[in-house]
Design a binder for this molecule. Structure first.
Ligand SMILES: Cc1ncc(COP(=O)(O)O)c(C=O)c1O
Length: 474
């Protein structure tokens, strides 16, 4: 079947409609290395393979949609963070920066175990994430517990398992945790989460360091110092440092520079006021990744050098405390793709006078809510074959009853695309499976890790038994 071609798309129309540059037919088959997983390439048949396995083989064995995780990519990025953040311009730090993998990006026992074995710590913010990390065998001392509304039960679990550090997010929580720690006869190490009033260059809804938001204690209003004072008088809590997280999908270090400046200034005044010294400074996560070939976040090595230098600069002659970071997306995001099967293709005339081809796939907003939620951009490629056909303008949409059910807003795909073809959407490792839903009573896709021709189930795809397990009528 040959679907309606894009028709004449003049530069002016494209600009007005904010459409991406139209590639030529050959470019359509390319996989930009900054976007696609490390081992992703086209094999001699033109099909995409990852970890030396052709995607059609994975689709056959596991059905679609399915998340495919490139193990080599995941491990490589984790090591890159560990190595680079342990030194400043090739000079080893006295204490290497602690790298906490932010579990919210995506967690399974396999991911927790793999990353912990490489030397990463784990940042969790719910009972579920904590249980998963513990089940994976993560040393509790390597776990950091976040959350703006941790329940008494969650705090008690953290204390019972002796997690390494709890990040305090409210005055009420200080009393709760102190009581729980006292009852258990335990000392608990804590950080205070600071709101530093920095808005990192990122999407409004995922920036988390404005003053007017739910996380942390504002430095400006004096709440942060009040929290320090309260912890100082809590016998079972030990304040070891401060934390801030300034946003997500950050491409350079300028936001961190302002934030680190404010945290260090605050830490120094708290230390002076209460006569103690902090041992940990956690600068949070948010390091960005490329979703499009035109995205260019700075390299991890540059980010690490710049962040460490910023803190060193602020401390001057004084020895800096150990640093910590919490990358989630930058470790897992690029490792994974989502594989979908094309169901229908529908050419639609737009108001601007051009044809947009709506390509429906067998997943959608239930496995990737980021496009609907944040207007996120993604790259998509015809995966089961290459093509020499000319590009047509497409919108990749899901199968849900929602017109906002869009996976990729604007994409160019070969105009010989047909139902049954496989499409791959890149960089879906973070905040896709972890934010997935069963909307419209669909089963959620599994995650399969691939390496050297071998597959491993990270999370199996749900069955209808799983889906209806909580409905007593079944
Ligand atoms: C406190 C905290 N740390 C780390 C992260 C991870 O962010 P990213 O995945 O963008 O690195 C988040 C994400 O929201 C967060 O809230």
């Amino acid at each position: 079947m040959r679907v309606h071609p894009a028709g004449p798309l003049h530069a002016e129309v494209m600009e007005q409609a904010d459409l991406p540059q139209m590639p030529n037919a050959a470019e359509l088959n390319e996989l930009a290395p900054n976007v696609w997983p490390l081992t992703a390439k086209r094999n001699s048949n033109g099909e995409i393979e990852i970890g030396s396995i052709a995607v059609s083989k994975i689709a056959k064995e596991f059905a679609t949609p399915i998340f495919i995780m490139d193990e080599a990519d995941l491990k490589g990025r984790a090591k890159e963070f560990l190595e680079n953040f342990s030194k400043l311009k090739n000079e080893p730090l006295e204490k290497p920066t602690q790298v906490f993998y932010a579990a919210k990006a995506f967690l399974s026992t396999y991911v927790a175990k793999t990353l912990h074995q490489l030397g990463l710590n784990i940042d969790v913010c719910t009972e579920g994430e904590l249980l998963c990390a513990l089940k994976a065998g993560v040393d509790p001392a390597a776990i950091l517990m976040h959350g703006n509304n941790k329940s008494d039960h969650e705090l008690a679990l953290a204390v019972e398992h002796s997690v390494g550090v709890v990040v305090i997010d409210s005055l009420i929580e200080i009393s709760r945790l102190e009581q729980i720690a006292q009852a258990a006869g335990r000392q608990v190490k804590v950080l205070v989460r600071l709101t530093v009033g920095v808005e990192a260059h990122t999407h409004e809804f995922i920036a988390t360091a404005h003053e007017d938001q739910k996380f942390g204690f504002s430095i400006q209003s004096g709440q942060a110092m009040a929290a320090v004072e309260k912890i100082m008088s809590a016998e079972n809590l030990e304040l070891i440092g401060f934390h801030s997280h300034i946003g997500s999908q950050i491409f350079d270090s300028s936001g961190f520079e302002v934030a680190a400046g404010r945290i260090v200034d605050f830490a120094k005044s708290a230390e002076e006021k209460f006569n103690f010294e902090i041992s940990l400074l956690n600068l949070g996560g948010g390091m960005g990744i490329a979703y499009l070939d035109t995205d260019s976040p700075i390299a991890v090595s540059t980010m690490s050098d710049e962040l460490i230098a910023i803190v060193k600069d602020k401390y001057g002659e004084r020895k800096i405390p150990q640093l910590a970071i919490e990358p989630g997306r930058a470790i897992i995001g690029p490792s994974t793709i989502t594989l979908y099967r094309v169901g229908t293709i529908k050419p639609v005339q737009t108001d601007a006078g051009f044809i947009r081809n709506y390509v429906s796939v067998d997943g959608g907003m239930s496995d990737n809510i980021r496009t609907a939620l944040y207007d996120a951009d993604y790259s998509v490629a015809l995966a089961s074959r290459s093509s020499t056909a000319e590009p047509m303008l497409c919108r990749i949409v899901g199968r849900h009853c929602e017109s906002g059910d869009i996976v990729v807003r604007d994409a160019w795909l070969a105009n010989d695309l047909k139902p049954g073809d496989l499409l791959a959407v890149a960089a879906t490792g973070a905040y896709c499976r972890s934010m997935s839903s069963q909307y419209n009573l669909v089963t959620r896709p599994g995650v399969v890790a691939v390496q050297d021709g071998e597959t491993k189930i990270v999370v199996r795809s749900e069955t209808y038994d799983d889906l209806f397990a909580t409905d007593p009528g079944f």
